[in-house]
Design a protein around this ligand. Structure first.
Ligand code: FMN
Length: 337
């Protein structure tokens, strides 16, 4: 029997296939199905900064600026205690999940600014979250904001949240930095316990009839895992924090590659949303069968075996890969004469 156990953010997990943030954790029965299907831990859907901010603004306007003018009529306004905010609902959901499940729960905060919402981290910890994922989905559109300013924003946010919580914190990052490895190192120095590579940037589409910009959700393909695997491989051995892959993990083979690159765990989202929770145990079996078939005894045995540090020819994680890919081009038969 292959030993699939692993450790992530100091949490001992039965195997490295963890459902990532998705709408599934909004419903208790779906969460239970994920645990029953073998999920070793769960990342919750995010609490979004925009939700908590706009709610706070509405609430304050409602209380302070919308007085009707008649004492009697004003008394019709609901008592503040009746107001159930996004944060309240989120905290309630963590508590319910913690009461019904025995696996670790990672809460998720999603935002870009340091004002106010970071204190929510403390509330999430008190509600029972075992760890916290910070997703800073930030698109720097200001031409005067430098790369250094953008990176500092990440470090400041982490530092602020660290001041409020003691549970482990992992940072879900974009790949769009000029030096990914340096950013991760800075985050490690600022106290991050892990990183999750990488956020998928859903690209807005233009509707050619209405000329409106439309959001577009597409599920990932396994090819997307390669970008993540490359950067995990580069980081493995150079940083001392937990490494997770998110994006393009659709089956056991991607997981073997991610582990060989040096990942501690992998996250699965699209595959579960499309095919259902039973994919967790199926993928676990795919991983286990692959390892057994190749005479490995544990996931630990393969971890980092093909990282930048340990690969037979690490130059393929660098420019050499680019050159040999271009070099491998040959004309499509029958297309060019
Ligand atoms: C419908 C949907 C909802 C998602 N919600 C969140 C979220 O609330 N917070 C977050 O950090 N990521 C969210 N994600 C991103 C996923 O957690 C994951 O990182 C991404 O889909 C890449 O993994 P995959 O290739 O396995 O789908 C969501 C993805 C989808 C498809």
């Amino acid at each position: 029997m292959v030993d699939l156990t692993c450790e992530y953010l100091g949490l001992k997990l039965a195997h490295p296939i963890v459902p990532s943030a998705s709408p599934l954790t909004r419903e208790l029965d779906k969460v239970k199905q994920l645990e029953d299907a073998g999920a070793p831990a769960l990342v919750m859907h995010s609490l979004f900064e925009e939700e908590t901010k706009s709610e706070a603004e509405h609430f304050s306007r409602f209380l302070h600026e919308q007085s009707i003018g008649h004492a009697e009529a004003n008394s019709f306004l609901p008592e503040p205690v009746e107001f159930n905010s996004h944060l309240d609902n989120y905290l309630e959901q963590i508590q319910k999940i913690k009461q019904s499940l025995s696996i670790p729960i990672i809460a998720s905060l999603n935002g870009v600014s340091t004002d106010g919402w970071i204190e929510h981290g403390k509330a999430l910890q008190m509600a029972g979250a075992d760890a916290l994922e910070l997703n800073i989905y930030y698109i720097p559109t200001n031409i005067f904001e430098s790369s250094q300013d953008v990176e500092q924003r990440y470090v400041d946010l982490l530092t602020e949240v660290k001041r409020h919580v003691s549970i482990p914190i992992t940072m879900k990052l974009s790949s769009q930095f000029s030096s990914v490895a340096h950013v991760v190192k800075q985050l490690e120095n600022a106290g991050a316990n892990g990183v999750v590579l990488f956020n998928r940037f859903y690209q807005p589409d233009i509707d050619l009839e209405t000329l409106q910009i439309k959001p577009k959700l597409e599920y990932s393909s396994s090819m997307e895992s390669l970008l993540r695997i490359r950067w995990i491989a580069i980081l493995h051995g150079q940083v001392n924090l937990s490494l997770a892959v998110t994006g393009g993990i659709r089956g056991g083979k991607e997981i073997v590659k991610a582990l060989m690159a040096g990942a501690d765990i992998t996250h699965v989202c699209s595959e579960i949303l499309v095919k259902g929770p039973q994919r967790i145990s199926q993928i676990r079996d795919e991983l286990s069968n692959w390892l057994e078939g190749h005479e490995y005894e544990s996931v630990q045995q393969i971890k980092g075996s093909v990282s930048y540090k340990n690969a037979i020819d690490a130059s393929y994680y660098e420019r050499a890969n680019y050159l040999s890919v271009l070099d491998s081009y040959s004309h499509a038969p029958g297309v060019w004469r």
